[in-house]
Design a protein around this ligand. Structure first.
Ligand code: CP
Length: 406
């Protein structure tokens, strides 16, 4: 098993899911215990890691950035004779987009303006001569195809893979080596990976910009950018909105990313999820620290959503469950039906990162509130903006662009 380690807490999260699936549930249900235990684990990380190695749960670690963790790992490496241990250390920075949580209003508006320009004229030759690599270690339809379409429409060429089994990572090549290799060929790397922290790690082993196309249940910044663009287009503003997030708030990286990016816009969030899939404690703490209002609720009726500006539906993510019985118990918890839309606000729009499974009934598609297919289309313009941004092409360049086709 490979761990991409960006902090002790991330290591712990990744490892307890493997070793103690039932502990995951207990910890998410008992917030105080969760926080206490995570703090405790930070102090014990050296011993924890030794245990994982000695009992064969881990045979390969790649370390991203945390200096104290690196020091501890060096101690372990010296103390324990483990042949398979390959620890990679990396210290680099570039124009990568790992998260957009720290983007200020000015930067977000800048990217929204770029996306607006691209919506007016998506076909250009701004990236002629460039190569964009799309490395998808996890399945995707929209993210990969819209990134590839964005690159193609801007005149770049695209390389990449959709099945890691068909690459040398199946022969044991490390993520670091794969990234370094692809960096020899491409000007920008778009990567989706199942491990939290993988994008950050990748961004620190190469000078080529990395765009995080989703890392485990952590973040999905390009989705957030298209979500922000969709909200901005439909509401005319990002300020003071009531945003209802429904479904799998535990594993849904899109809701985590969106929540963090909206923090400067005075939102009020409503988290509607079954107990097992409620918003993780760390994001609730984030809201408290940032002064973001949120309400947690479990009912989902016509009345509940009457005050929503944005109803952000999510799929229950089967692939992240360690206990499939639990998935079966919660998978149909919240289903949006057309007859629930009678009392909603005129401006209310239903978003969904897609794919949908059964959480939005098909009759909702005909409603004027349904916006999820347009939202996915907005992904093209938002991703054209992101690729240009990491390659140093400015809004001014785009406004003055003379390469528009059609
Ligand atoms: N929204 C999203 O990430 O969709 P895909 O998994 O199809 O890329």
């Amino acid at each position: 098993m490979l761990f991409v380690l960006t902090s002790n807490l991330t290591l712990f999260r990744q490892s307890y899911n493997v070793i103690f699936p039932s502990l995951t549930k207990i910890m998410h249900n008992a917030s105080f215990f969760y926080i206490f235990f995570c703090t405790f684990v930070r102090f014990l990380s050296t011993f924890w890691l030794s245990f994982l190695f000695q009992y064969g749960y881990v045979n390969h670690i790649e370390v991203a950035y945390e200096k104290t963790t690196i020091r501890k790992l060096k101690k372990i490496q010296n103390r324990i004779d483990i042949q398979e241990l390959k620890v990679s250390f990396a210290i680099m920075g570039n124009r990568s987009i790992v998260s957009i949580a720290d983007y200020g209003k000015e930067k977000i508006q800048y990217l929204l303006d770029m996306a607006t320009e691209f919506e007016a004229h998506p076909n250009r030759q701004l990236l002629k001569g460039k190569v964009v690599a799309t490395l998808f270690f996890e399945p995707s339809t929209r993210t990969r195809l819209s990134f590839e379409t964005a690159a193609n429409r801007l005149g770049a060429r695209v390389i990449g893979f959709t099945d890691p089994k068909a690459t040398s990572s199946s022969k044991g090549e490390t993520l670091k080596d794969t990234i370094k290799m692809v960096s020899n060929y491409a000007d920008v790397i778009v990567m989706r990976h199942s491990l939290e922290g993988a994008a950050l790690y990748a961004s620190e082993v190469t000078d080529v910009p990395i765009i995080n196309a989703g890392d485990g249940s952590n973040l999905h910044p390009s989705q957030t950018m298209l979500d922000l663009y969709s909200i901005y287009k439909t509401q005319g503003t990002l300020e003071n909105l009531n945003i209802y997030m429904v479904g799998d708030l535990k594993y849904g990286r899109t809701v985590h990313s969106l929540l963090m990016s909206m923090r400067r816009y005075n939102p009020t969030f409503h988290f509607i999820a079954p107990k097992e899939l409620e918003m993780p404690e760390e994001y609730k703490l984030y809201c408290q620290q940032m002064g973001i209002r949120y309400v947690e609720q479990q009912d989902f009726t016509e009345d509940t959503i009457a005050d929503a500006d944005i109803l952000y539906m999510t799929r229950v993510q089967r692939e992240r469950f360690t206990d499939l019985m639990e998935y079966e118990r919660v998978k149909d918890a919240y289903i949006l039906k057309a007859d629930m839309l009678g009392k909603c606000k005129e401006n209310m729009k239903i978003l969904h990162p897609l794919p949908r499974v059964n959480e939005i009934e098909y009759d909702v598609d005909d409603s004027k509130h349904a916006y999820y297919f347009e939202q996915a289309q907005n992904g093209l313009y938002a991703r054209e903006a992101l690729i240009c941004d990491v390659l140093g092409i400015t809004l001014e360049d785009i406004k003055n662009d003379k390469t528009i086709i059609g």
